[in-house]
Design a protein around this ligand. Sequence first.
Ligand code: C2E
Ligand code: MG
Ligand code: MG
Ligand code: MG
Length: 283
Amino acid sequence: RAKKDGPGKVILFEPRMHADALARLTLGGELRRALELDEFRLLYQPLICLETGAATGVEALVRWSRPGRGYVRPAEFLPLAEENGLITDIGRWVLRAAGEQAARWRRTIPEMTLNVNVSGRQLTDPRFTGDVERTLAECGLPPAAVTLELTESVLMSDPRTAIACLGDLRDLGVGLAVDDFGTGYSSLSYLQRLPVDELKIDRTFISRAEPTVADLAVIRTVVELARTLKLRTVVEGVETEEQHRAMRELGCDYGQGYHLCRPLEPENIPAAFANPLATYPGG
Ligand code: C2E
Ligand code: MG
Ligand code: MG
Ligand code: MG
């Protein structure tokens, strides 16, 4: 048996692995070229204050505008960019482009804030804080107007390093958010020591169109935890009115999701800020 299985495995898997490696090499080259050819774009999804229904800020979400193939979502190219290191250059491009855009918007919407996603590789790059400082200064954007989002899994994979890196950013004055909270395995003692301002509750927590009593109990606990730690809460993936109402009633501060507002092309952002969601009964 063993003898049959052995060579069988090689024959079965080797060509596929070879094809994968080749595809990754090709995609890696194309990503590099995409940066040179300026093929990355940003969509912006408003963060909605659940109390008032008003948009208060936007999260920049990168897309690869690939000729003939439309917008490619980050899940299809960021993992590879993360692996081959190109994420550092892409991330730099994102911060600059989003920063310039936000500075333009803030001339007419002065309170608008900007959230930008940051990868683990960027965070641990010793030049990162300096890059951020310089970029924001060149954009004319006060650091306090910007929140950098790091996923819980990045922060918790090496919490001591994360705490050290975040400290420098905190000193710079930018806001810091734990993204996709609830998908990793947060150590509560580390969470308490992370110098962060915002907890973004992952959308898997409210994945049911009509949250159950148990779902709500879990979210209530997270919201209370955040309040204890003095963190703003943002709930991701609000897709129904039921979810929207439930999150508002639980005291979650902000929401993001298709039901509230989809990620938008930049030209559509001013209208989203000019038109708050319908006001709520009684307030
Ligand atoms: P994320 O930061 O958690 O962003 C939220 C994702 O959920 C976005 O997907 C957004 O389009 C999507 N979304 C928003 N509302 C809803 C909803 O109601 N339902 C559902 N099902 N999805 C919703 P997107 O744009 O595909 O981005 C995926 C992830 O890629 C982001 O997750 C973030 O981790 C990463 N990413 C995006 N842009 C950047 C970037 O510039 N740099 C880095 N390092 N990562 C980025
Ligand atoms: Mg995010
Ligand atoms: Mg998220
Ligand atoms: Mg998420």
